[in-house]
Design a binder for this molecule. Structure first.
Ligand code: MTE
Ligand code: CO
Length: 423
């Protein structure tokens, strides 16, 4: 598979030009030794000093600065047949901390975005229950609610990379993940209201979108930590993320997190998923498949430097990335700059939560040498993120799902960075 995003679009000349311009500013390089010419940015009055800015009546719902307009979700047109049944990717290399801003959460849907008036939305719970019930949004908002931060990762994240390094940017290799604070009612609370019959074993969750996506969920998980969420990052869900209601299935593959949730049917066995949305099984080398691969195993990626975020300065630099595990919290992240020969333990900063993205840093000095950057996550169960080779020994290369292998970025002496694999 080839396309323009496979090779780094940054031209060498563009990159060197940017580096030279940056050297004229406040830097740590040798340019500092001579007395710099007066900087007009300091000595001259600028436009933003001179004119009145927008008043408080101009931006009733704020948006990012126009200087941040490159920070957007991106899609890869040739990956799927249509944009309605497709995916776009979180710009991980532009983000920091652990929370993904709502407007940058990757989107994955099979029938486009359903636009639903919450007044017309219903959630029905029926099947093997004592008392089938229908909830309106207003009903749900009068029930006890909880706030939880969780990552959502599509099982197909990094799926293009099973056979070798493909896409040039962590946005494309790892961007089917986001991390959000959800507000909602626990599914356990709702199931207590309807009363599960003793033979209730599986739930079928169904969306109200044109795909009518449905997935089966074991009752043990439903009673454990599943949320039926109407809020994300302090406000209502975004339409792209399932407004007005979605399932939050912590630590499990994104496909189960049914958006625009309208119906839960309780049964005694797993449901047959509908065509097109049902292919979330992992094909093994021998043609057999792994079914019910619900958990997302520990994984990490260095987001900076990375192909879309090359190194620009020698000397002081910040390496950063994210790590997550569907089985617990992140215990430790190790980083190698030489392709796995030597490892150092990264500095974790910010909250370390169960089934959430965790932020790590390595503050390092770069003298223009080539680097092979890798990160390796360890979770609270003691599980260590495997190399891609080790993963392939067990799973082969036929799957597109559950690729949590260690990513390698090659930083060249000019700072440009590429997606590579080392043997
Ligand atoms: N729910 C509905 N109703 N329709 C869909 O197509 N896609 C699923 C899941 N829930 C989907 C859905 C898949 S495959 C994933 S990975 C997640 O939603 C993506 O959630 P997001 O769009 O909030 O990132
Ligand atoms: Co998915």
């Amino acid at each position: 598979m080839t396309s323009s995003i496979i090779r780094n679009p940054l031209s060498r000349r563009g990159f060197l030009g940017a580096a030279a311009a940056a050297g004229a500013g406040i830097g740590l390089g040798p340019a500092h030794a001579e007395k710099p010419a007066p900087d007009p940015l300091i000595t001259e009055v600028q436009d933003w000093n001179r004119y009145l800015g927008d008043g408080v009546d101009k931006r009733p719902y704020g948006t990012p600065s126009p200087f941040e307009k490159h920070v957007v979700r991106r899609h890869v047109a040739w990956l799927t047949a249509s944009p309605e049944s497709s995916v776009n990717f979180t710009p991980l290399h532009e983000l920091d901390g652990i929370i993904t801003p709502s407007g940058l959460c990757f989107e994955r849907h099979h029938g486009g975005i359903a636009e639903i008036d919450p007044a017309n939305h219903r959630l029905m719970i029926h099947g093997l229950v004592e008392k089938p019930l229908v909830f309106t949004m207003e009903d749900l908002k009068r029930m006890p609610r909880e706030n939880r931060i969780y990552f959502l990762e599509c099982a197909a994240n990094s799926g293009m990379e099973w056979r070798g390094a493909q896409l040039n940017g962590c946005q494309f290799t790892h961007g089917m993940v986001h991390n959000v604070m959800y507000t909602g009612v626990t599914l356990k609370t709702l199931l207590n209201e309807v009363g599960l019959k003793p033979n209730a074993k599986w739930l079928m969750l169904e969306g109200a979108d044109s795909a009518g996506m449905n997935r089966s969920l074991p009752v043990e998980k439903a009673l454990d930590d599943v949320l039926i969420a109407f809020g994300m990052n302090g406000e209502a869900l975004r339409p792209e993320q399932g407004y007005p209601l979605r399932a939050v299935i912590p630590g499990w593959e994104g496909n189960l997190w049914v958006k625009w949730l309208r119906r839960i049917e309780v049964g005694d066995q797993p449901w047959q998923a509908r065509e097109e949305t049902s292919k979330y099984t992992d094909l093994l080398a021998d043609g057999r498949s792994r079914r019910f691969t619900f958990y997302m195993d520990a994984k990490s990626v260095v987001t900076n430097p990375s192909p879309q975020a090359p190194l620009k300065h020698k000397g002081r630099n910040v390496l950063t990335g994210i790590a997550w595990s569907g089985r617990g919290h992140i215990e430790r992240v190790d980083v190698s700059l030489d392709g796995g020969r030597n490892w150092r333990t990264a500095r974790i900063d910010g909250p370390v939560l169960e089934k959430s993205l965790t932020r790590f840093y390595v503050d390092f000095d770069w003298q223009g040498e080539a680097l092979l950057i890798q990160s390796r996550a360890m979770d609270s169960t003691g599980y260590v993120q495997p190399s891609k080779d080790d993963l392939r020994k067990v799973r082969g290369v036929n799957s597109i799902y559950h690729n949590n292998g260690i990513q390698t970025w090659h930083v060249r002496p000019d700072g440009e960075t590429e997606n590579v694999e080392i043997g």
